[in-house]
Design a protein around this ligand. Structure first.
Ligand SMILES: Nc1ncnc2c1ncn2[C@@H]1O[C@H](COP(=O)(O)OP(=O)(O)O)[C@@H](O)[C@H]1O
Ligand SMILES: [Mg+2]
Length: 246
């Protein structure tokens, strides 16, 4: 119980901090504009409004992510079906590419890949988080490789990008709530640190697993960072088990 209370307090204090930072900047820039409207040139006004817009977007993302977190553990939000992942991954790449136009994506997938047994929307949420991260945390103009293949009773999806080395000690940490690694590539983009926590929880709720690996690249300041997702293939026994539990 004490532990739970501590977790709750930590959660509230982190959330308050995460909310306060963008709010302070929205308030500060609005106040400056109100107080000095006549003295500011158009370019400065535009710059300040842009900051306000970005910070509001940051708040919206944070609130959406927090809502996603609260829903993660509610029952009956998972609708399991045979899911063909190829078109879902292609769609996700198109969406992320439209947001991060300088980043490149290379998707490889065999002609015949078995369907996975999962919730289609949740799977797409997982892929969006992983592919968006790869675009955000890799050097500009680099390529994210996405590969899907069958392995035993699972389909494996690897998402690999160049990025700043992640210490082995941080492999587990980045999947926890609000954790971000401070480095030049993460500092220049905004994030709540909730994405991988949501991703891991959704994955595990659907019987899958996820892990990360950071490997050095010869003559490069960057590592190859790979997120490996394993999702169960449709399986009659599993299907029956899930139906029984509903
Ligand atoms: N593909 C990636 N390459 C390099 N670092 C990553 C990648 N994905 C995640 N990270 C690191 O893990 C942290 C947590 O990611 P995430 O939970 O999605 O939160 P957010 O994106 O909001 O920061 C990121 O801040 C970043 O430091
Ligand atoms: Mg993220």
């Amino acid at each position: 119980m004490e532990n739970q209370e501590q977790n709750y307090e930590d959660f509230i204090s982190t959330v308050s901090h995460e909310l306060r930072t963008p709010l302070t900047s929205i308030r500060g820039f609005s106040q400056t504009m109100l107080a000095s409207w006549d003295k500011l040139d158009d370019e400065s006004k535009k710059k300040f409004i842009k900051i306000i817009e970005e910070q509001s977007l940051r708040l919206i993302n944070l609130v959406e992510n927090m809502l996603a977190v609260t829903k993660l553990h509610s029952k009956n939000i998972y609708i399991f079906n045979e899911t063909n992942i190829k078109p879902l991954i292609e769609q996700t790449i198109t969406i992320v590419k439209s947001k991060y136009s300088s980043q490149k994506f290379d998707f490889s997938c065999p002609e015949k890949l078995p369907n996975i047994f999962a919730d289609k929307d949740k799977f797409q949420q997982i892929m969006t988080n992983l592919i968006e991260n790869s675009a955000k945390y890799s050097p500009e103009g680099s390529t994210t490789e996405i590969a899907a293949y069958e392995q035993g009773e699972s389909v494996i999806i690897c998402v690999t990008n160049l990025g700043i080395h992640i210490d082995k000690d941080d492999y587990d940490k980045i999947f926890t709530k609000f954790s971000r690694i401070d480095n030049p590539l993460t500092r220049k983009v905004q994030g709540s640190g909730l994405g991988l926590y949501i991703t891991k929880t959704l994955t595990e709720k659907m019987g899958g697993s996820i892990s990360v690996k950071s490997e050095p690249v010869a003559n490069s300041e960057y590592d190859r960072i790979t997120f490996t997702l394993s999702m169960p293939v449709k399986n009659i026994e599993e299907q029956a088990r899930i139906k029984c539990n509903q």
